[in-house]
Ligand binder design. Sequence first.
Ligand code: AMP
Ligand code: GLY
Length: 425
Amino acid sequence: MNILLLGSGGREHVLAWKLSGSPKLTRLFIAPGNAGTAESGENVPLSPNDFLSIRQFVLDHNIGMVVVGPEDPLVNGIHDFFLEDGRLKTIPVIGPDRKGAMLEGSKEFGKQFMNRYDIPTAAHKTFTKENIDEGMRFLEQTQAPYVLKADGLAAGKGVVICPDKEEARRELHSMLMESKFGTASSQVVIEEFLRGIELSVFVITDGKSFKILPEAKDYKKIGEGDTGPNTGGMGSVSPVSFADEKFMGKVEKRIIIPTIHGLQNEKIDYRGFIFFGLMNVAGDPVVIEYNCRMGDPEAESVIPRIQNDLVDLFMAVSEQKLDRVNILTDPRSTATVMLVSKGYPDQYEKGKVISIRGQTHDSMIFHAGTKQDPSTGNIITNGGRVIAVTSFGDSMKEALSTSYINAEKIEFEGKNFRKDIGFDL
Ligand code: AMP
Ligand code: GLY
């Protein structure tokens, strides 16, 4: 089968790497991909949001399945676009339709969904331009810190946590009245601040049944000890030590099962990944957010631990035969360290030449923001997050130490990475 994978980050490189190991695969195309995905398949210069060009490509290249990495094509309705097209409707798309993707595409939708099915989440209220005064009064009655969230997609930047009231008021004003995040902040969710330790739980579903995938922990802050601004993610580990049988039992019973049931109840035919961003609040899981895709850099730690053939797994999702599948998990730990550009997550430069000193042993190198310079053939930086280094180990510590040894061997001007991934576990 020929497969088209959409996206260009580290998540897409690990998916491409895993798909390329399947005997069921004939040709793998990645749109637009990066310098790493080009080693697992063929990059095609198409935007994941240019549905008409994707349609033409799929028809011209006899594509038998489309796998969607990032959220925006899903929120923009790529799955619906396929279902509504006479020639595309039989081609499976891995990723939910527009309605399912709303779990991530609208925080307010996600919160209301959780409230409808009694899924534990932070208490919240939603405000618009019209009732900003009420929003300001709500802040008066609320305790610091204040959690403000743009309702729509804001490239991972739409959540602002303010330590004091004055700042929260300014932020609410800027989001609602000055469109700080464009139309994404025309509605703002203000919610209760949750205290605890975060983790990411992943499920794959065919709309009827579901399978829980290995969980992971993501390190979002740029600075060591979880300090400084949020990033797309500076590293990840899997498994997560506190996600023991008891805790995961609660996650399944209180969160996953009601979510799957809710989707069915609302006639949402969800076929793809569900990412539960959770807080462990004194031993009880609480949902921070839903995402309609795999996490990045969680995927770099989670996907290598899945021993199933990924093409088979995706076929089972599209044919609604997931109940017949057993997820086989590598018992070893994985640890991912993300190498980022100087200045990230603020302004950073691109175009720095990447070189590897000697051999990297025992690690998988997943590219994120990289590309091949067409004039020199060099691999150069092309984003804030540049390369993910992932390793296996008999323990998290061992996996991390291998990733750090190899992180030192990859060089580019301004390279930065956190030296303390896993510090809190
Ligand atoms: P998000 O962009 O939705 O992933 O949120 C970014 C980060 O903000 C999360 O990973 C949490 O660390 C933090 N966060 C979001 N909501 C809350 C909350 N209600 N309480 C505490 N932290 C939160
Ligand atoms: N690592 C968090 C995310 O993918 O949203």
